[in-house]
Design a protein around this ligand. Structure first.
Ligand code: S3P
Length: 183
């Protein structure tokens, strides 16, 4: 049976850690396509994420998010940027772990808080005390984010440096995922 090396990176990490900024730069650098699961969900629903949360509920969004991931998970030469909550579900973690080189982008809660000022696009942070919510969600999710192949702080390095370090870790990695189905 032919065993094929997968050429695919997934960016995970908390909201506003820079997945949608680093993702396209990294893809361009590697000559890969860039895919954003949040954008796929919005395109399929013809609604903004905040509208999906407010009108249909979070569980509808989570189903659509899983469908979006399934749609793109076998794409070759792709950088897939994911929504911050995708790792909450084992079904998504399993796909990411087995089919991609998983990169976790990190930031301190205070930096996330500064970055989301005036941003109405993140329904989970639309609360009285966003910093408290960020700190709480981050603590709850930490174990899932840290279950990755490489991790980098986007506040300690420039965007270009982040891409260089991710590329180098990806190319060196002995854990480049192998898909036993050869798909
Ligand atoms: C979410 C993160 C968002 C988006 C949705 C839920 C989360 O994506 O998927 O608002 O649960 O952390 P970003 O991480 O791109 O902001």
């Amino acid at each position: 049976m032919e065993i094929k090396q997968i050429e695919r990176i997934a960016l995970i990490g908390f909201m506003a850690t820079g997945k949608s900024t680093i993702g396209p730069l990294l893809a361009e650098r590697l000559g890969y396509v860039f895919i954003d699961t949040d954008e796929l969900v919005e395109a399929a629903a013809k609604m903004k994420i905040s509208e999906i949360f407010n009108n249909l509920g979070e569980s509808v969004f989570r189903e659509a998010e899983h469908d979006a991931l399934k749609l793109v998970i076998n794409m070759e030469k792709a950088v897939i940027s994911t929504g911050g909550g995708i790792i909450l579900f084992e079904r998504n973690r399993k796909l990411l772990r087995t089919k991609t080189f998983v990169v976790n982008l990190t930031c301190r809660p205070e930096t996330i808080f500064k970055r989301i000022q005036g941003d109405q696009t993140r329904p989970l942070l639309d609360t009285e005390d966003p910093l408290k919510r960020i700190t709480l969600l981050m603590a709850e999710r930490r174990k899932y984010y840290e279950d990755c192949d490489f991790q980098i702080s986007t506040e300690d390095f420039s965007e270009i440096e982040c891409c260089e370090k991710i590329e180098s870790a990806y190319k060196k990695s002995k854990k480049r995922p192998v898909d036993p189905t050869g798909l």
